[in-house]
Design a protein around this ligand. Structure first.
Ligand SMILES: [Ca+2]
Ligand SMILES: [Ca+2]
Ligand SMILES: [Ca+2]
Length: 262
């Protein structure tokens, strides 16, 4: 016993150190209760010189632990990085299996949304948008929720949030991520250097089953609340009195108060 205990302790410490080293230093671990138990970014790399998320270290692989405890790793080709901090685990299409939603950047052509999943026990790409089209152009995944009557949950993104952000709503249809409503310009959900990937927040303020999205205007001095069903429409607008630097908090009460007749 006296020999075994220190050996076991040393093994545990080594295991912990290894997993910490392989994870993106400032990245998080996403957890869920479905077929995917955990996901994070590994194989940190400095091969992309953009550095808008607090440092110039980005993810080079996607690591997934399935519900049986098996580990899967998808290593990106050299021309890509995950320009993101923590993958998102959401069942977009309602089939009971988690989708793994990431921001994947083509070093030469900018950021895209890439969706992965486990299929027959293998980690595979389910779908991806085209990259923005230029290097050093990023997009923020603003929120994922049921925004419209399209089946399942939709992904709200803001392309190029630093230089004239454009909001788009994406719906996963089979293997295609389709933009389903007219893009809306003039929003910003991230500022350079921030580790908050999104300043936006989704809530169903009127309990109709469709979520509204609160997001900062381009100058980050106002919050606009948009609804998407039916069609894109403004629900409320608030002056913040200062530049927004933190993710927006719960806004249902403010919207409810704004709806009341004065
Ligand atoms: Ca699914
Ligand atoms: Ca929907
Ligand atoms: Ca609603």
């Amino acid at each position: 016993m006296s020999v075994l205990r220190p050996v076991l302790f040393a093994l545990l410490v080594l295991t912990g150190t290894a997993s910490a080293q392989e994870r993106l230093p400032d990245g998080g671990v996403a957890t869920a209760s479905g077929d995917v138990a955990q996901a994070w970014y590994g194989q940190s790399t400095t091969r992309y010189d953009h550095g808008i998320l607090g440092d110039r270290v980005e993810g080079g692989s996607l690591v997934v632990i399935d519900r049986t405890g098996s580990r899967h790793e998808l290593v990106l080709p050299e021309r890509y990085v995950f320009e993101d901090l923590t993958p998102r685990l959401v069942d977009l299409d309602g089939d009971g299996a988690s989708e793994i939603i990431t921001i994947r950047t083509d070093v030469g052509a900018g950021a895209a949304v890439a969706v992965y999943g486990l299929r027959d026990g293998t980690l595979v790409e389910r779908s991806a948008t085209a990259p923005i089209g230029r290097s050093h152009r990023w997009l923020s995944i603003a929120a994922i929720a049921n925004f419209t009557a399209d089946a399942g949950k939709e992904i709200a993104i803001v392309k190029t949030p630093h230089i004239g952000g454009v909001l788009e709503i994406l719906s996963l249809k089979g293997s295609v991520l389709e933009t389903i409503l007219p893009p809306q310009s003039g929003y910003s959900t991230h500022f350079i250097g921030s580790r908050d990937i999104s300043l936006a927040r989704a809530e169903d303020t009127d309990s109709d089953g469709f979520f509204e999205l609160a997001l900062p205007t381009q100058d980050r001095r106002q919050i606009v609340v948009l609804g998407f069903s039916p069609g894109v429409h403004a629900v409320a607008r608030f002056d913040t009195g200062a530049v927004i630097t933190q993710p927006i908090g719960s806004f249902t009460a403010a919207v409810t108060a704004a709806r009341q007749p004065q």
